[in-house]
Write a protein that binds this ligand. Sequence first.
Ligand code: SF4
Length: 298
Amino acid sequence: MSPSSSAPAESLPLGEWYRSAARDLPWRRADFRRDFGAWGTLVSEFMLQQTPVNRVIPHLDAWLARWPTPRALAAASPADVVQQWANLGYPRRALWLHRAAKEITERHAGVVPRDVEALLQLSGIGDYTARAVAVFAYGDRHPVVDTNTRRVIARAVLGQAQPGPPSRHDLERMDALLPDSDHESAVFNAAAMELGATVCVARAPRCEICPLLETCAWVAAGRPETEDTRRRQATFEGSDRQARGAVLRTLRNAAPDSVPLVGVLPDWPDPLQRDRAIDSLIGDGLAEADGELLSLPR
Ligand code: SF4
């Protein structure tokens, strides 16, 4: 279905549902917005990119307590940043966030920019995060599309069990559904995500409590099974990611000291994989080698 043939916004009555059913998450609270502004939104979106909400919340609190502004984070050392990221996973995000904080400090006088194009110029910020900051922090009207939104649109509008691969049509489809007012469009963006995260979930959608049940195209079509083109999550156990995480944990535990290279995971079952992990961490700037010693980046 082309974006122009998407259902009109009034056929997706999500605003009222969102106001009564949305989870009470820190970044949605007034005091969080007051205390941390767009910086809080940006940090939370970085953390939420690949980490579940429940694991993010305590780390977000600690991070913002330590670095409540871009300027504060920009002044931190890379080692402190990687240390504080702890076990949130995909630790390159910590370095990108650090770089973004420096860029915000240098180019934007310490104020997170509002313009999507300016946000896209910052390290580690892609289309989703740039739009999320412009919409959720500044209240501007843009389509924001994450995995959950794509699934809701696939089912409620397109009548498919699962979304196809990400494409430029995702933003166009969401744009066609947005209410006209800035405020209501921000609510609609958040509501579509929330519905996908809590009701229209991937495996067993809870249609019986869904505010879209009466109009859902997939339900109306008899819930046909359509091709599932989602990428499978690679197994963590035994992966290079697991080895990288273990090396980084060793360095965090030893910090601020270095660790002799021979002392890094000496019993790891696959020494080649361990060495590959060390090399890739150094390549990513997450670890630093000095002769026979390895440490967090200085
Ligand atoms: S009715 Fe079911 S399939 Fe349709 S949007 Fe709601 S939860 Fe998803």
